[in-house]
Design a protein around this ligand. Structure first.
Ligand code: M6R
Length: 609
């Protein structure tokens, strides 16, 4: 949430700041602002709304100067408006800051500072940081920033600029991401790689508590105690095009269509040379290690949680270990029963979701072994966990997660096979059979993506309904949850997913003539039961779109429309059935004229609790 950029060099800072913010808009888009230092004065420009309105505001009179900071906001404290937009300044405009996170003790600090005569202009928690810096400033920029950091509580990534220090930016972070891009005669600061990938692939990733002094030809990093820290340069392996739309109208559509490659990339290096087994070089676990777990947890938020539900099914079915699953924001407050024989798996596309990160830290504190499933190399969660396995989905920019979901499922499936093999809970020929099916998946995902026209038609037909229901049993129910999340998130249609057998315990009261029901019926052991539930909603005149396996000839007799997915093992079918649901959500949002990539009130990376 919130995107931060900074620049020091010889070029005009505003060009990079506006460009970098455009790449970070997925992190928040309530308002945007920049501050540029021309060596004597700092000019701040901000504007409520999308970055486009800021661009418009400065297009004929762009701030001049070769050092600056910028911010795109996702409002927490104070509604979106010019006044509450970042950058924020102290009373006299001598210090300018941008912030991502929440300053938890801002009210106490604000009262103290107001009593000393500081005048506040915004309702934000952030402004207090600028006034505090003004208050403690003793002529030594670094020492004064350290004093500010000592006094604030909460989570942050912060960049400070000072009129008295025209050659450097100072930045620091706690529980929010911040990277420093290394250029030639110029350096960059950003919340995330897409902002700077067009300028440099070489980065330093800051750790919690570290402070960096960024000048045009040097970056000096120290720890909380002020001792110098030597950092390894992190080279980004993907290029600028990977973070562009590449001819698609929206990032979401591009990312949906990238799924064959994302699935292939996630899978290929982990399939044994014999094509029949799983290798996890990142883990190198032994049977003894795997057998030491008597319980596992999967912890995640949103789509990653929905993927985790499928993961739980796989791990229990294939590795025969009991798995509990929890949304991260609930987990840590419920006094979970964990010890050294517990394996906690956290799942997060961004690797920065603060609830998931906090749950991970809590699990470690309680003595669990921890494993991260994430898409972002070097992210906070990747660094915090004992071990990490990456989904190689490439950058996911659209707020609505798509390719992260399918690759998380692929990876958890592979992990379950790997653990099952080590535990001896799956016969080798079954492993070989499933690995064989896995290798066909990228092709099947591609085939599923070919059949878009009927989905566009459904989206037009039903896109103006107020409510949509998703039903399914077993794995189908988990996919239903993801389908309904996608629809409500980007089209704002009220969508709910139910375990099909639960409908009659209350929700059936909402099924009336014409209500669309998306019914998934791919799981053989519950097929007949699901069919009965479908008949129940049909009897109430719902319009039913069925999602079926390739060889299903029954479902079409009971529903209004059927979408079939290619042949695969029943266990792997969620990776295919979710695709029409992603597309349905996408085209419903288009039908309703919604901003697909930047849905209201949301942001890609949720770094506040
Ligand atoms: O980066 P993470 O996977 O940790 O993000 C978790 C959720 O915030 C995320 O999946 C969210 O639910 C998506 N916007 C759903 O499309």
């Amino acid at each position: 949430m919130c995107g931060i950029v900074g620049y020091v060099g010889d070029n005009q800072a505003a060009n990079f700041l506006l460009d970098g913010l455009a790449k970070l808009e997925y992190r928040g888009y309530d308002s945007a602002g920049i501050a540029v230092f021309d060596g004597e004065n700092i000019r701040v420009e901000k504007s409520v709304g999308r970055l486009a309105s800021l661009r418009d505001k400065v297009k004929d009179d762009t701030p001049v100067g070769t050092m600056g900071i910028g911010h795109t906001r996702w409002a927490t404290h104070g509604r979106p408006c010019d006044r509450n937009s970042h950058p924020h300044t102290d009373c006299h405009g001598d210090f300018v800051i941008v912030h991502n996170g929440i300053i938890e003790n801002y009210l106490t600090l604000k009262e103290e500072l107001q009593a000393k005569g500081h005048e506040f202009r915004s309702e934000t928690d952030t402004e207090v940081v600028a006034h505090l810096l003004e208050d403690v400033y003793n002529g030594d920029f670094e020492a004064s920033v350290r004093e500010v950091l000592r006094r604030i509580e909460g989570s942050y990534s912060l960049v400070f600029m000072s009129k008295a220090n025209p050659d450097c930016l100072i930045c620091s972070k706690q529980d929010n991401p911040l990277i420093i891009g290394l250029g030639e005669g110029e350096n960059f600061v950003a919340s995330d790689i897409p902002a700077i990938i067009a300028y440099t692939r070489r980065n330093y990733i800051l750790n919690d508590g570290e402070l960096a002094i960024v000048k045009k030809d040097s970056v000096w990093i120290s720890n909380r105690q002020g001792e110098p820290v030597t950092k390894k340069v992190f080279e980004v392996t993907w290029n600028a095009e990977a973070a562009e739309k590449g001819g698609y109208e929206h990032f979401m559509l591009k990312e949906i269509h990238e799924q064959p490659k994302a699935v292939r990339d996630t899978m290929s290096a982990r399939i044994g040379k014999d094509g029949k087994s799983i290798v996890m070089d990142e883990l190198k676990w032994t049977s003894e290690f795997v057998n030491s777990f008597n319980k596992m947890y999967i912890i995640a938020c949103g789509t990653a949680y929905n993927a985790g539900l499928v993961g739980k099914y796989y791990l229990e079915k294939l590795a025969r270990i009991p798995v509990e699953i929890d949304v991260a924001s609930e987990f840590r407050y419920r006094d979970p029963i964990i010890d050294e024989n517990t394996l906690v798996i956290v799942v997060s596309q961004s690797g920065e979701t603060i609830d998931t990160l906090a749950a991970l830290k809590e699990s470690k504190r309680l003595g669990a072994k921890t494993l991260a499933v994430t898409n972002v190399v070097g992210s906070s969660i990747a660094r915090e966990a004992d071990q990490v396995i990456y989904t190689w989905a490439g950058p996911e920019i659209a707020v609505a997660s798509t390719k992260a979901y399918t690759t998380q499922i692929v990876l958890m499936f592979m992990l379950s096979l790997y653990m099952g093999e080590l535990k001896g809970t799956i016969p080798a020929d079954r492993v070989a059979e499933l690995v064989g099916e896995l290798q066909k998946l990228p092709t099947h995902v591609g085939e599923t993506l070919e059949d878009v026209e009927p989905i566009k038609t459904f989206a037009k037909q039903y896109g103006y309904n107020d409510d949509v229901f998703y039903i399914g049993r077993s794995l189908d129910y988990h996919v239903a949850l993801e389908g309904s999340l996608k629809l409500k998130e980007i089209s704002y249609i009220h969508a709910e997913a139910y375990a099909a057998g639960e409908l009659k315990h209350g929700t059936l009261a909402l099924i009336i003539e014409g209500v669309p029901v998306i019914a998934l019926a791919t799981q053989k052991d519950v097929y007949e039961k699901t069919l009965s539930n479908i008949k129940e909603v049909k009897a109430r005149d719902a319009v039913v779109i069925g999602i079926a396996a390739f060889d299903d000839t029954e479902l079409e007799k009971y529903v209004d429309h059927v979408i079939k997915v290619p042949k695969t093992d029943e266990l792997l079918i969620p990776i295919l059935t979710v695709i029409p649901l992603q597309l349905l959500a996408y085209y419903a949002a288009i039908t309703r004229g919604c901003d697909v990539d930047k849905p209201r009130n949301l942001a890609k990376s949720v770094t506040v609790e």
